[in-house]
Design a protein around this ligand. Structure first.
Ligand SMILES: [Zn+2]
Length: 215
């Protein structure tokens, strides 16, 4: 029985597939989760699972809300003209994202640096830009590049560097089952790419101890 439901749904989805840029469709998500529970051999009617489809639908809508956030709207009023030509760094930005291959979380830290060109962005906006791209189905490499290219173009910066360090549950819980592996990706644009000393300074600064660290 369960298999038939899944197969019918699968066929309909393929035929009807549309690029949906609107908010997540909670009703469709809920019924898909119910079918997934059936397909896993579970009983969606049992007590512990009664509200699971609703909870999962809401959780996925939250975790993919970045599709519906607008960067220009986010940066509105947060760009300031300034005569400052030293590197700006915001490091250890926590993020949580979802791997698009397994729909499992990957999470870790983002370090961002840029060399301003007569314009800086309010520091609190950088973690929010990270969230816009992290709260989507992602691969780590694309997340890294999207953050870097967005900052480079919106700030017209001389250069941008982004380093992402992440643990992937799809590696930790299945597949190679490596618990302590951290994947590192980086994107270096402008002078961060063309000038080795700028890149080295950035990498040195992001690996220095944090404010308040005793060592
Ligand atoms: Zn994965």
């Amino acid at each position: 029985m369960a298999k038939q439901v899944v197969r019918r749904r699968g066929q309909r989805q393929v035929e009807d597939v549309k690029w949906n840029r609107g908010p997540a469709d909670l009703d469709v998500l809920q019924s898909l989760v119910t079918e997934m529970l059936l397909a896993l051999g579970e009983k969606p009617g049992r007590n512990g699972l009664l509200k699971t489809p609703e909870r999962v639908a809401k959780a996925f809508a939250f975790m993919t809300q970045g599709y519906h956030r607008d960067i220009d709207h986010l940066l509105n009023g947060a760009l300031f003209p300034i005569e400052y030509d030293e590197m700006v760094i915001v490091k250890d930005i926590d993020f949580f994202s979802m791997c698009e291959h397994h729909l499992l979380p990957f999470y870790g830290r983002v370090h961002v640096g840029y060399l301003p060109n007569k314009k800086v962005v309010g520091l609190s906006k950088i973690p929010r830009i990270v969230d816009v791209f992290a709260r989507r189905l992602q691969v780590q490499e694309r997340l890294t590049v999207q953050i870097a290219e967005t900052l480079k173009s919106k700030l017209n910066a001389h250069g941008v560097g982004v380093v992402v360090e992440a643990r992937h549950l799809c590696m930790m819980m299945r597949g190679v089952e490596k618990q302590n592996t951290i994947a590192v990706s980086s994107s270096m644009l402008g002078v961060f790419r063309s000038q080795p000393q700028t890149r080295v300074e950035f990498l040195k600064l992001i690996h220095q101890g944090s404010v308040g660290d005793s060592d």
